[in-house]
Structure formats: structure tokens, C-alpha cells
Design a binder for this molecule. Sequence first.
Ligand SMILES: C[S@@+](CC[C@H](N)C(=O)[O-])C[C@H]1O[C@@H](n2cnc3c(N)ncnc32)[C@H](O)[C@@H]1O
Length: 264
Amino acid sequence: MNAPRLIQIARDDPEAMRAELIVGLTAPCAALAPKYLYDALGSRLFAAITALPEYYPTRTEAAIFRAHLGEIAAAVGPASTLVDLGAGNCEKAARLFDALAVRRYVAVDISADYLKESLDRLQYQHPAMEMLGVGLDFSQTLALPVEVGPGPRTLFYPGSSIGNFTPAEALDFLRQVHVACEGGALLIGVDLVKPVSVLEPAYDDALQVTAAFNRNLLLHLNRLIGSDFDIADWRHVAFFNAAASRIEMHLEAVRDAMVRWPGG
Ligand SMILES: C[S@@+](CC[C@H](N)C(=O)[O-])C[C@H]1O[C@@H](n2cnc3c(N)ncnc32)[C@H](O)[C@@H]1O
């Protein structure tokens, strides 16, 4: 059996990340990039979200792949190297292995510890497949390491994750994807606007798993910058912003709350 390798690409230096987080926290309308939702616990909570009855995107995408696998394979062509951007538990990509004749699977994710666990599990199920994990924040750069091998490469970006970027960031990201494909293809999953009665419960479920996912951001922040957020002070709020045509997740204080961090 092959053993998956994991390469960690150096992240932004800790001081730059700290500065970015503090600028976001102290802005008049505080905001942080969605990538900070994904520490190891955040990744597990996201995997749980995909099993919720209200969270339709994962089920819908899986059904599309099942129904149209032949057409997708014909359009994309053989993908000897499949690069999964934001691979998470790697389950979506694994469903494409046979149809796309994948020989090397490259899973990229910012949440590197969780990625390692996912790849170890997947390698057990596909012992002959060559697998490589890349711990990388692709919002900084999508420069893939040489170990990924030469192109053409098929890049896979499902789950409507492109919606985490602003339109200008998304355009820049897609340009980088074009370069990283090296003459290959991009298979992307993008959701469409649908009734608020469908959209909002998908991001605010009855079991409150998405609320836990969102509030876990504060625990992640406490570790990253040494802040003292008390999650009991904060509640999850999610709604469809029609003007920006996007779902937004917020954390709203339920009472006056004082938060401190070293140097803050
Ligand atoms: C919404 S989940 C999608 C997971 C899986 N691809 C799916 O469709 O079910 C987004 C994934 O992208 C990863 N991610 C988010 N921002 C990232 C970034 N800037 N760089 C690398 N990975 C990122 C997260 O850790 C997470 O696994």
C-alpha cells in the first residue's frame, strides 16, 4: 500500500496573521476570512454539517455527480492528476476517481491535521493510488509545490466555496487556478440563489451544529491571538444578504462583552 505524503507550505508569518486578525476584529463592522473557521474541530464540525437534513449542497452535488458522471468525465477528460482545493474529508473527490481515471490525488487544505487523517483513511480504501497532501492557505497563493508533478492537472473546487471570496478575490483566484492547471481543466461546483426558506436553514440548522461551527471560530481565535472570547457571550446569526447575493454568518453579542488580547 502507498503511504500518503503531507507537505506543509509555510503560512504567513504569525505576526502578519495576528495583525490581519486584529484589523478584522477592530474594524467598525468586524469581519474575518472564512478560512479561520477551519481548525481541526472546525473541520470535523463542517463534516457533521454535511450530514444535516437542512444542508442540501453536499447531497445535491453528490446527486449531480452520480447522475452526470459520464458527461462530466467527457467534458473534463482523463485526470491523471486530480488536485482537490479545500479537500476537507476528501469524500467528494474520491467519488470521481474511477470515472476520471485518476492516478495521483493531491488534496490541498489549510486544516492540515484534519487533512492528514482524511488522507490516511482514503489511502486505506485506495491502496494503489498515489496520494499527496498539501497544507496550504490558497487565499495567499496557489503556488503548488513541485511534488505535485507536471501538468496537465485537473483542479476540483466543489461546495460553492468560491462564494467565500469577494468577486475581485474570486477573479484573482481563478486566474491562479488557470496557471496551476498547466493546460488541464477546472471542475467547480457553484450554488444558485434559491428561496430564503431553503437557504437560511442550511446555514442555521435546528441541531445548531452550524452555530457550533461558527462559535468555534472564537475558540480558534483565542488560540491564535491569545484573546479571551467567552463563547457564552456570542450567538450565531445567519441570513441571506439579497443585495450582495450571499449567505452571511455573523456572531452577535448577547450581552455587553469585553474581550482582551495581549497588546490589544
Ligand atoms: C466548505 S468546506 C468544503 C470541503 C469539501 N471540499 C466539500 O466540498 O465538502 C471548505 C474547505 O476548504 C478549506 N479551506 C478554506 N479556506 C481555505 C484556504 N484559504 N486555503 C486552503 N484551504 C481552505 C477548509 O479547511 C475546508 O476543508
